[in-house]
Design a protein around this ligand. Structure first.
Ligand code: NAD
Length: 386
């Protein structure tokens, strides 16, 4: 018998829209998008799942959504029950929330031509994207990210997921959204920690790919720290653009062992777990970037002056670059992050370091003593800077 060979590819396209006050009835963006998607066969339904932190800080949001779809009639059937789920990492840690969304999909008859719309930070988007992906083997989902991190990184990409027994993103899928709506109005209500946290993902991508982008973040760090919206909008736009380019450019579903955009993340993911998720993902990434920057300097790749520029920029933004869990038990906890990072991806351990500002380089091993040395430097510097 001849063997049978199979090969096909699937094309994905989606737009990341930038706007303000998305649900004001005079803003046609989302209505126009839905109108373009309409077919004459069936009316599509829209199930909203919303971050409780967004609802608390935007008390008119639920009414605005309802009013918007009353005004823009004939497009879709809005499910009147707007689900609100606790925002933050708890959304990904608590399995009952996946079930709550799947249950709503079932109860309200959301089929694969309908939409699940997530409004919230990266945690809620990851949760909702996952629940949508596994319901009926994949319901279209629309993302409306509301934090800096989700607007410039997680919300514009193709990954979703929840944590399993404390392990970050252990359950998840690769599924692109059908559209992303970045509304900068949401960013005005972030607390300072969440405003700052997402900037670390922009620094990460700039450091490994784009020196001029790093220079612009370095120059605008004081403005960003004082919550200048124009500076933030420009950072979010460039960072989102770089993420989209990266995803389209090579290995969108991470089939290989390399995950360049995870510079600084091997320790960050572990640190989140070790601190019981008390530090934000972006705060952990800032520490991870600092650690791998010092490690790159030790290897003789990054000059001391450039390493200092990185650390100074992070500190100007207000990031703390040391956490006691880094060197607890002779750093055994955080070092475990290396093997877990490899396991998550499979294949060979592949870690991104810095050859210079704007140029990442991959390595396949890291030396525990050098890591401890970098941690010790961060600890000493943090004491001096206090
Ligand atoms: P988050 O979603 O955990 O939200 C942080 C807090 O901000 C929560 O309390 C939330 O309720 C609140 N909040 C959200 N929007 C708000 C607003 N507009 N105003 C006031 N409060 C608001 O934080 P995050 O940094 O957006 O996301 C972190 C998560 O994203 C982590 O779980 C991380 O692993 C994940 N992530 C995923 C990817 C990916 O590719 N899928 C990439 C990077 C990070």
């Amino acid at each position: 018998m001849n063997h049978l060979h199979q090969a096909f590819s699937v094309r994905f396209t989606y737009t990341v829209f930038f706007t303000e006050r998305l649900f004001e009835t005079t803003n046609p963006l989302i209505a126009d998008f839905l109108a373009q998607q309409a077919t004459d066969q069936t009316r599509k339904k829209l199930l909203f799942v919303i971050d409780s932190g967004v609802v608390a800080t935007h008390p008119d949001l639920l009414t605005s959504i309802t009013t918007y779809f009353e005004h823009h009639t004939g497009l879709v059937d809005l499910v009147a029950d707007l689900l609100v789920i606790p925002g933050g990492e708890v959304a990904k840690n608590e399995p009952a929330f996946v079930e709550k969304i799947v249950d709503a999909v079932d109860r309200y008859g959301i089929d694969r031509h309908s939409y699940v719309v997530a409004i919230g930070g990266g945690s809620i988007l990851d949760l909702v994207g996952y629940a949508a992906a596994i319901s009926h083997r994949g319901i279209r989902h629309i993302r409306i990210p509301t934090t800096v991190l989700s607007q410039n990184d997680s919300g514009v990409g193709v990954k979703n997921g929840v944590n399993y027994r404390g392990k970050k993103n252990f359950l998840g899928t690769f599924v692109p959204p059908v559209a992303v709506f970045n509304d900068s109005t949401f960013l005005t209500t972030l607390d300072d920690r969440d405003w700052r946290a997402g900037i670390s993902e922009a620094i990460k991508v700039a450091l490994i790919k784009d020196a001029p982008f790093f220079e612009s973040i370095e120059a605008s760090a004081p403005a960003l720290a004082s919550r200048d919206m124009a500076a933030m909008q420009s950072l979010v736009h460039r960072c989102a653009e770089m993420h989209l380019q990266h995803i389209a450019g090579g290995d969108p579903f991470e089939m290989g062992s390399s995950r360049p955009l995870d510079f600084g993340h091997w320790s960050a993911h572990k640190l989140e777990q070790l601190t019981n998720f008390e530090i934000r993902h972006g705060e952990a990434v800032a520490i991870g970037i600092a650690l791998d920057t010092l490690y790159s300097q030790q290897l003789g790749w990054l000059t001391e002056a450039d390493a200092n520029r990185v650390l100074t920029t992070l500190r100007t933004l207000g990031f703390a670059l040391y956490h006691p869990m880094l060197d607890a038990n002779n750093s055994t906890g955080v070092l475990k992050g290396l093997s877990e990072f490899r396991e998550h991806l499979g294949g060979q351990l592949t870690i991104m370091l810095l050859k210079q500002i704007g140029q990442g380089v991959e390595v396949h091993e890291m030396d525990a003593d050098r890591i401890r040395q970098a941690i010790a430097t961060l600890k000493t510097q943090e004491l001096v800077n206090q």
